[in-house]
Design a binder for this molecule. Structure first.
Ligand code: BTN
Length: 245
């Protein structure tokens, strides 16, 4: 896929821009809105996304998935795996994992966040906006984001953002293609293997109760599955589980 790239020197949020665009037109699949500076970058829930001007990649990718919306978590998996592969290759390291559902981690630190905003018509996608914030050349973070890290903090190198964007997009499209060609089993297995803390026992807070448990995987709806030391099985939605890191 050769994406159309729309570059904005500054915008409130590339997701907001993409959604406003989609209310007026239907850009081609793979269209990317990228900016040097977001004035109101959005994170998950009500969080904001910190990104110093000109230092990082902040962009949104427009997709029109053809699968039914009840299977949408596979897209989440494909996109996070595309970023995971890209980071491993770029940094020549193996310790890149996906903190469920779709934060990219290097060791115990977050290098990339994804904010997906979907528009559905019944059980079908009208569109999907995949907002990606990758920390690249920023080395000082001032917000209360708990554990940020950037590529430069790992490699001590400065990166060309647009060269990086092209490579990252190719890696995402490769995994997106797996969804379109029905290679779901492969994606499921890779995602499972790439999960942060998979099979290790750690502390979590589940529904306000502190537990010591291990992640065993995710189910078809994308919920997280955990098992306590006593063998109790728990299934959690995003708001029900907090990782203690
Ligand atoms: C998270 O909280 O982990 C998700 C962060 C997503 C940030 C990206 S930056 C580009 C896009 N535009 C936004 O406003 N947010 C996403």
């Amino acid at each position: 896929m050769k994406p159309t790239i729309i570059h904005l020197p500054e915008t409130e949020s590339t997701n907001t821009y993409a959604i406003a665009m989609l209310s007026k037109e239907r850009p081609e699949e793979g269209c990317v809105i990228v900016t040097d500076h977001q004035t109101r970058g959005k994170g998950t829930d009500t969080n904001s996304w910190e990104s110093a001007k000109g230092k990082n990649l902040t962009f949104s990718l427009i997709l029109y998935p053809t699968l039914t919306a009840d299977r949408q978590f596979i897209l989440n998996k494909a996109i996070s795996l595309g970023i995971c592969d890209f980071l491993k290759a770029e940094l020549s390291i193996n310790d890149v994992t996906i903190k469920w559902p779709n934060d990219l981690y290097i060791g115990d630190k977050k290098v990339c966040g994804i904010l997906i905003q979907n528009s559905l018509i019944g059980n079908h996608f009208n569109y999907m906006v995949v907002g990606i914030g990758l920390n690249v050349n920023q080395t000082i973070f001032t917000s209360d984001a708990p554990n940020p890290v950037s590529l430069k903090m790992i490699s001590r190198k400065d990166y060309d953002l647009y060269e990086l964007l092209n490579n990252l997009l190719q890696s995402i499209f490769e995994k997106y293609e797996c969804v379109n060609s029905g290679r779901n089993r492969q994606l499921e297995n890779e995602y499972h293997r790439s999960l942060y803390r998979i099979t290790e026992f750690h502390d979590y807070i589940v529904k306000d109760v502190k537990i010591f448990a291990r992640i065993t995987g995710t189910n078809a709806f994308g919920q997280l599955e955990l098992e306590t030391e006593a063998g109790q099985l728990l299934t959690c939605d995003l708001k029900e589980v907090k990782f203690i890191i």
